[in-house]
Design a protein. Structure first.
Length: 548
């Protein structure tokens, strides 16, 4: 009997950090991928990408499509949940990873709630759905706003079998996993569990499926299990077995780094047919856009709704920032209606205009001059990445930013086909002026918001756009300074100590990389401090004048 046999009803793998639970799960997933089964993995830690490489890192393994995260084939935003759920449910990708490791808790809720709801509504064929760190998606006591997310996962656990779901949940804290999810499992793989609360959380399930002496022996052994060792318990299949799980065949990217030992790197990966998947995604998008036409009343109502929502959120960030956010929300609401009028296949347009103006700036070939913001127009000539970037740049007066900064503020990753297509479109269309690596809007809209100049408001703006630990570091460095001239500075180790964080690991390092890439911090020697990005606009202008 193989480990894949029990995966008909829900299965749970529980174990403390370092017990080998993700490693054991990967072995099961490898077997299913080798059989050509449909698999979708929810990866909040960014550790499953090793499935694409053999264990020695030298050869390709399984062609798994990655959505989101640092190794994304397709970058995703918090607005893509429903579309991504439909893509996976429709079988457009055979095997996939949804990587949420670079999202905050709030962003994860916003993305994954419609994802799970759409996936449940549309899936009809057998699909192994692996949810790593499942307690983050279906906690016993969800934070406000996460109730729908918990309910969507609970529905898949309780009712998903008839729709083809084969659910595998992985958690190091069964005590905080929703009991209605835990109660649905038919097979339990219990690795090392040292916490009495976590052992007690599975006690009811164990005692309900074994005689008292057997349950007592299993529970007593859990704190003593070696790494990689666990119990497989499937009452329906009459299986109760203690075993050490075999070595996996793919790269172990969830392994904890050990002092003096170098981790194996992925020097070859299985490639996915990105072009074919993109074409399939485009086909789905075209079918999803109904050829209904927005009326003038629809547009007016959308404008008012967007404006009011933006103002409500903006009150927390000050009047100036609130007005800017209101205009952005208004334009997004208009876009949602106007995109219905875009013909299929025109979501990314290239009109072939490549004439360059002075200093290498691209201009339209027509004599009309630069176009107004695409966000405020209804021509539908640009993809969503281009529209989001133009919305960031559309301020009066225009603000010069790097491509990386524009991407971050627009909620995009500054890489990949989606971003590159948007970048090309706004350059070719003459929407921007590019000089010395910085860009600005060539012709801001008549209603463009004022550029944010107050240092505290700039901090709020960036904190809302950064991910992971980056906002926390930014706010700490800014400190109580309200003029951008003070603030804190120090070594990264000291900053970590003040924040109660560990100055190592992917979460910490990714935050600093994001801050440096966006020109937010500078590190001289070993001392980190904020850049002049947070100095008042008047001070920056004076400095630019003195440098000239």
């Amino acid at each position: 009997m193989t480990l894949t046999t029990p995966i008909i009803e829900p299965i749970a793998i529980v174990g403390t950090t370092g017990s080998g639970k993700t490693y054991a799960a990967k072995g099961i997933v490898e077997d299913l991928l080798a059989r050509g089964r449909r698999v979708c993995i929810i990866d909040p830690l960014g550790v499953w990408y090793g499935l694409r490489t053999t264990a020695d890192g030298e050869a390709p393994a399984f062609p798994v499509t990655i959505f989101g995260g640092d190794r994304a084939d397709f970058p995703i935003t918090t607005e893509d949940g429903a579309a991504l759920g439909a893509v996976i449910a429709d079988g457009l990708v055979q095997a996939s990873i949804v990587d949420t490791s670079d999202l905050t808790g709030g962003e994860t809720i916003k993305l994954m709630t419609p994802f799970f709801e759409t996936l449940f509504a549309k899936n009809r064929e057998a699909l192994l759905l692996v949810i790593d760190e499942a307690d983050a998606f279906a906690p016993q006591n969800p934070v406000p706003g996460a109730e729908r997310l918990k309910g969507a996962v609970d529905k898949i656990a309780r009712r998903g079998r008839v729709k083809g779901f084969r659910l595998m949940t992985i958690t190091q804290r069964p005590a905080v996993l929703d009991k209605s999810v835990l109660s649905q499992i038919a097979t339990l793989i219990a690795m090392g569990l040292r916490s009495p609360q976590d052992r007690k959380a599975i006690e009811g399930w164990v005692k309900g499926n074994a005689d008292e002496n057997m349950a007592k022996d299993v529970l007593a052994s859990l704190p003593k299990l070696a790494r990689g060792e666990g119990w497989i318990w499937s009452p329906g299949a009459d299986i109760l077995k203690r075993k050490t799980f075999p070595l996996i065949r793919t790269l172990d990217t969830s392994k904890t780094p050990e002092p003096g030992k170098k981790l194996v790197e992925a020097r070859a990966v299985a490639r996915v047919d990105v072009a074919a998947i993109r074409a399939a995604l485009g086909a789905v998008g075209a079918k999803a856009i109904e050829p209904t036409k927005a009326t003038a009343a629809d547009l007016a109502a959308a404008e008012q709704r967007g404006y009011q929502r933006g103002l409500a959120e903006g009150e927390k960030r000050g009047v100036v920032q609130g007005q800017a956010l209101a205009l952005t929300r208004m334009r997004s609401a208009l876009d949602a209606l106007r995109i219905q009028e875009i013909p299929a296949g025109s979501l990314v347009a290239d009109d072939g205009r490549k004439d360059a103006g002075p200093e290498g700036n691209h201009r339209p070939t027509s004599g009309a001059g630069p176009k107004p913001s695409a966000v405020a127009s209804a021509d539908g000539a640009l993809n969503s990445a281009a529209r989001k970037m133009l919305a960031v740049l559309d301020t009066n007066p225009p603000v010069r930013r790097s491509w990386q900064q524009v991407a971050t503020l627009a909620g995009l990753k500054a890489r990949g086909g989606h971003f590159n297509a948007g970048r090309k479109a706004i350059i070719d269309g003459g929407y921007i002026i590019e000089r010395d690596g910085l860009i600005e809007h060539a012709n801001p809209s008549p209603g463009a918001a004022e550029s944010v100049s107050d240092p505290a408001a700039i901090v709020d703006m960036w904190a809302a756009s950064l991910s992971g630990a980056a906002p926390k570091i930014l706010r700490f460095l800014f400190g109580e300074s309200r003029d951008g001239l003070g603030g804190r500075q120090g070594t990264k180790e000291w900053i970590a100590e003040q924040l109660g964080m560990q100055p190592r690991g992917g979460h910490w390092n990714a935050a600093w990389k994001e801050l440096r890439d966006n020109g937010i911090v500078t590190i001289n020697g070993n001392i980190a401090r904020l850049t002049d990005l947070f100095a008042p606009a008047e001070l920056n202008r004076n400095r630019e004048a003195s440098n000239a």
